[in-house]
Ligand binder design. Structure first.
Ligand SMILES: [Mg+2]
Length: 379
């Protein structure tokens, strides 16, 4: 089998209702879908996390010419080759996002060629579904005409109706406002639904600990990115200061960068994004390292249906440790914000039922791009 063409599809769409997180206001979304075509007629799809056009340039100008004619099923060899060729220029960010997209596409092809869903090609037994948590509760823009409180109450009702048993909300808007919003969401969700909080690295360690202590009483499942991803000592300080488990790692890439975080258990939940951390190949290595340090892995997933499927397939196959007859339930992220790339660019999105994703039974990632829809969002 040989690679005959690589194509990059930068996609963008304005949001009908802009929303904020602790770093900026989202008014549109964009992503990069990557297509790898083989002479044998099997096509693989991947996705790169981050700014679409710079990622497209890395895919098309830098990586693509180096892999034409290669066998895409040689996933390990290709990863090492491409990583070695880009190491001197970028060990995370654009270069790794581009490599991630290609690796996901290679794995899509490899699993399609094997006639198996990707998670089964990775060695996992058949599973029906995995539990997921709703990522939402982003405050609206101030002139939106709706208060955060009203919007959050409506969202909570929607997630309950959809059967979610866990949800994650944004914090990082200032201590008092955060405490108020956590109280609002907890009240709206009720006591039965797990609630996680995510500051997107808005705080210094002292403020993060102060917030954690103020909301501990609301049974918080984890506190995600409490402090800067560049401050491992800060993470450890927050961990010492609260009983809430700590999550992080969505800004990190490769086993090499994750290793000290895992060895020191700077977070309890590692959250590599498959579209940024190095793809399926590297995600599995990060998960293996995590299992050796008893750190849970639950991927960050905020992209298109391709990235969502990659995260789901990876999650179903990830190494787990410790084992148990009755393991505590874990969750994978289900971005529940406005995102046309999750629902409109594939012929059939991953099926969702009562708070769970059903694992696709088709070979590969299990989702196929609708080319006409992809064209509508072309940047
Ligand atoms: Mg996050």
């Amino acid at each position: 089998m040989r690679i005959s063409a690589v194509r990059a599809h930068p996609a963008g769409a304005p949001l009908r209702r802009p929303f904020a997180f602790s770093q900026w206001l989202f008014t549109h979304r964009e992503t990069l879908i990557v297509e790898v075509e083989t002479a044998e007629g099997i096509t693989g799809w991947g996705e790169a996390y981050g700014p679409a056009k710079p990622n497209a340039a890395a895919v098309m100008e830098f990586f693509a010419p180096k892999i034409l004619g290669r066998d895409p099923r040689d996933t390990e060899d290709l990863w090492q080759f491409l990583f070695a060729r880009s190491l001197d220029y970028g060990q995370k960010g654009t270069m790794l996002a581009a490599l991630s997209a290609l690796d996901i596409a290679f794995w899509d092809i490899r699993a399609k060629d094997a006639g198996r869903p990707l998670y089964r090609a990775l060695g996992a037994a058949r599973q029906r579904s995995v539990r997921c948590y709703a990522t939402g509760f982003y405050p609206p823009r101030e002139d939106d005409g709706e208060t955060a409180e009203a919007r959050f109450e409506a969202e909570a009702a929607q997630y309950r109706a959809m059967g979610f048993r866990a949800a994650k909300m944004k914090v990082g808007f200032g201590l008092e406002r955060d405490v108020h919003l956590v109280e609002t969401v907890r009240r709206a969700l009720g006591e039965e639904i797990r609630l996680m909080i995510d500051a997107n690295h808005a705080y210094d360690p002292i403020t993060a600990v102060a917030l954690a202590r103020r909301v501990e009483q609301h049974d918080i499942g984890w506190f995600e990115e409490p402090v800067s991803p560049l401050d491992m000592e800060g993470y450890l300080e927050v961990k010492r200061g609260t009983t809430i488990p700590i999550a992080g790692g969505e800004c990190e890439a490769t086993r090499f960068a994750f290793e000290p975080w895992l060895r020191r258990r700077a977070f309890d939940y590692a959250q590599p994004d498959l579209c940024a951390c190095g793809g399926i190949s590297e995600g599995m290595k990060i998960a293996t390292l995590a299992s050796a340090h008893s750190v849970h892995v639950t991927p960050h997933a905020w992209g298109s249906a391709i990235g969502q499927a990659a995260a789901l397939q990876f999650y179903a196959a990830r190494p787990r440790h410790p084992g148990s007859l009755t393991p505590e339930e874990k969750w994978i992220e289900c971005d529940s914000t406005e995102n046309p790339f999750r629902t409109e660019i594939v012929a059939e999105p991953v099926r969702f039922e009562a708070g769970e994703w059903l694992l696709p039974e088709a070979p590969g990632l299990g989702v196929e791009i609708d080319r006409d829809a992809l064209k509508r969002f072309a940047l």
